[in-house]
Design a protein around this ligand. Sequence first.
Ligand SMILES: [Fe+2]
Length: 372
Amino acid sequence: MKNFSMLFPGRVYFGNGCLEKLKDAPIRGRRGLIITGKHSSKKSGLLDRVKKILKNTGREIFVFDDVEPEVSVETVDKAAELARRYRADFFAGLGGGSAIDCAKAVSGIYRDRLSVKDYFDSNIPVRRDTGFLIAIPTTAGTGSESTRNAVLTYTEKQKKTSLRGDSMVPSIAVMDPELTYSMPKKITAYTGMDALTHAVESYFSSNANEITEILSFKAITLILGSMSAAYKKPSEKTARYNMMLGSFTAGLAFANAGLGAVHGIGHPAGAVLKLPHGLVNAVLLPHVLEFNLSAIGARLIQFKKATGIDMIKKIRALNKSMGIPGKLSGACKGAAKKIEEIIERVEYSASMSYNPVIMDAVKVRQILKGAL
Ligand SMILES: [Fe+2]
């Protein structure tokens, strides 16, 4: 018996075409700022579509369209400045994890007239009365629509860091699988494997509870069953639907159960090697699972009995079929030489603290020696 508390997004619209539901959504606010990336939502016409839907509700809508991949603290500050100038009172993150995380961070800080760096440097908590927040993901992977944190790149310190606050969980999440049809193959692979990592790490997390375990299990089976089809045939509707459902359930699970050593090592490794988050996680995942065998071996056997799937073998085969290398040096030449720098930057709080095997620098080195 275990006591636990959980956080979920306020209202979720899920399913093909559900973007249109935004017109009837209970949005609190009159002046909205859509926060999105530089290219894809403009190119696909999605930005105009969202703008139109929101404008038709009688609200004033503004746009910040300068979010880069692995969004930086400088970009959050720029967007927050714009939010103050426009007197925005609600925010819509439209795009991949970076756009949604940027919107979450802006909603958390824009009323304070501080740089987001001040929150990290001086340990300032995010206020409770954040701006009303809508998440509209166009990838199936980050789970950002469910979590209370925004992952940002702290450029000067060359590290990824998280701004956290319960009030940063989106009030509305719009999960429309049709928005993922135009995702390039590489992004499908990286974001899908990130979602799988969320599902697997939350499943084995030492902080998991009865509900997150159900969500994680469902997410693992959905993603393992549909990843290949979504990668090979981008417009395959069932695969895209299942990937979005898998990503969403994984997000709900890890937002409440936490993650493990893949993310604990993956964040600094990605920052040092300048590799995408999903790619780093995909490479590290089988290495970390093998390292954790002493703690998770029995459950891996149970999983195989229930599903017929050898989880580690299946993950390796999926990576290979999508051109993801077995080691990080396959994606970044000279990665092995950076081992000390990565180890130095690993933090043992947050993600790492829920790994089923308690971690220290010796164990991180052992994993990295196999994975670099
Ligand atoms: Fe992740």
